[in-house]
Design a protein around this ligand. Structure first.
Ligand code: BV8
Ligand code: ZN
Length: 254
């Protein structure tokens, strides 16, 4: 770990973290870059995650989200989720922002996080907005996936939709406003497990850097933020974060 980075972290009072699908990869939840399989093999995830795809073939898209929800329900938070929750328990001013729609950060103990792209577990009625209560058990979906007709709203009979932000849809205004403030007001900004391609979420990295924060990326691969961040800790989040927290703790108590 670079001494200059550790020195910057030693004096950091406020930390903001932006996570992407890569932090859930070690839990076995496929990232957005991973190839789709089975029924959805011929689609790119970004083609399925749109209002147009849902309007065109609701059963295909709802089946995809149910397949993903089943994968998340079977998954467990990994060391990356748990390290982030541990950091927030040790340092008062940590803001966690996620692009992920799974609930693994919450199940690892994080709270108050900002979900910029919505939540898989929070579907709602397309017509009246009424939240739809998913039954808690894991949907039985064959490996290759299947088409599933979306449920209907008990209040108005409208079609239920996944509780996520699709491409072309605006981010939730309150979460986005809080995320911008957290990027502008931090001393250290971490981008963990994100390809930094999807906007406007990825723009938070440059925003933090321009506001004077030390910016750190944790990712095994190159990303669109390579030219922006001050440090790139190359490797898996579940390996790097525990080591980083240990080194950080050592200097905080020294
Ligand atoms: C908006 C929810 C405006 C759904 C997601 C043309 C038309 C319309 C819009 C656009 C356009 N061109 C550009 C845009 C903007 C568009 C966009 O960014 N497109 C991209 C493709 C260029 N953005 C939008 O549309 C946004 N809305 O702009 O609205 C507007 C304003 C007002 C009024 C109306 C409209 C909405 C974007 C949100 C889309 N929804 N998710 C769902 O999940 O199904 S985004 C989706 O991608 C996921 O949330 C995912 O998290 C996110 C980003 O991907 P990453 O998290 O980075 O994941 P990825 O797979 O890419 O990368 C994983 C990384 O992890 C890799 O780098 C890998 O190396 C790394 N990794 C792997 N293993 C590990 C690891 N890292 C660490 N440890 C490991 N073990
Ligand atoms: Zn309704």
């Amino acid at each position: 770990m670079e001494p200059s980075l550790l020195e910057a972290l030693r004096v950091a009072a406020r930390v903001t973290i932006l996570t992407g699908a890569g932090v859930s990869a070690e839990s076995g939840v496929p990232t957005f870059r991973d190839r789709q399989i089975g029924l959805w093999e011929r689609f790119d995830a970004a083609e399925l995650a749109t209002p147009q795809a849902y309007a065109r073939d609701p059963a295909l898209v709802w089946g995809w989200y149910e397949w993903r929800r089943a994968a998340v329900l079977r998954a467990q938070p990994n060391l990356a989720h748990r390290s982030i929750a541990a950091l927030a328990s040790k340092m008062p001013a940590v803001t966690l922002i996620t692009q992920n729609v799974d609930d693994l950060h919450e199940r690892a103990g994080s709270s108050g996080l900002l979900h910029l792209h919505g939540r898989l577990m929070r579907p709602y009625c397309q017509q009246c907005g009424q939240p739809y209560a998913l039954c808690g058990d894991v949907p039985e979906i064959p490996e290759g996936g299947q088409r599933i007709d979306p449920p209907r709203c008990a209040t108005c009979g409208g079609r239920v939709r996944p509780g996520v932000v699709w491409f072309g849809e605006p981010l939730p205004a309150e979460e986005w406003r809080s995320a911008v403030l957290a990027a502008q007001r931090c001393d250290a900004f971490f981008a963990i497990g994100t390809s930094a391609v999807v906007q406007p979420a990825a723009s938070l990295i440059g925003l933090a850097r321009r506001a004077g924060a030390v910016t750190v990326q944790i990712n095994p691969d190159a990303t669109a933020a390579d030219g922006v961040v001050d440090y790139h800790l190359q490797g898996k989040a579940g390996v790097i974060l525990p080591a980083l927290l240990h080194a950080w703790h050592e200097i905080l108590i020294s």
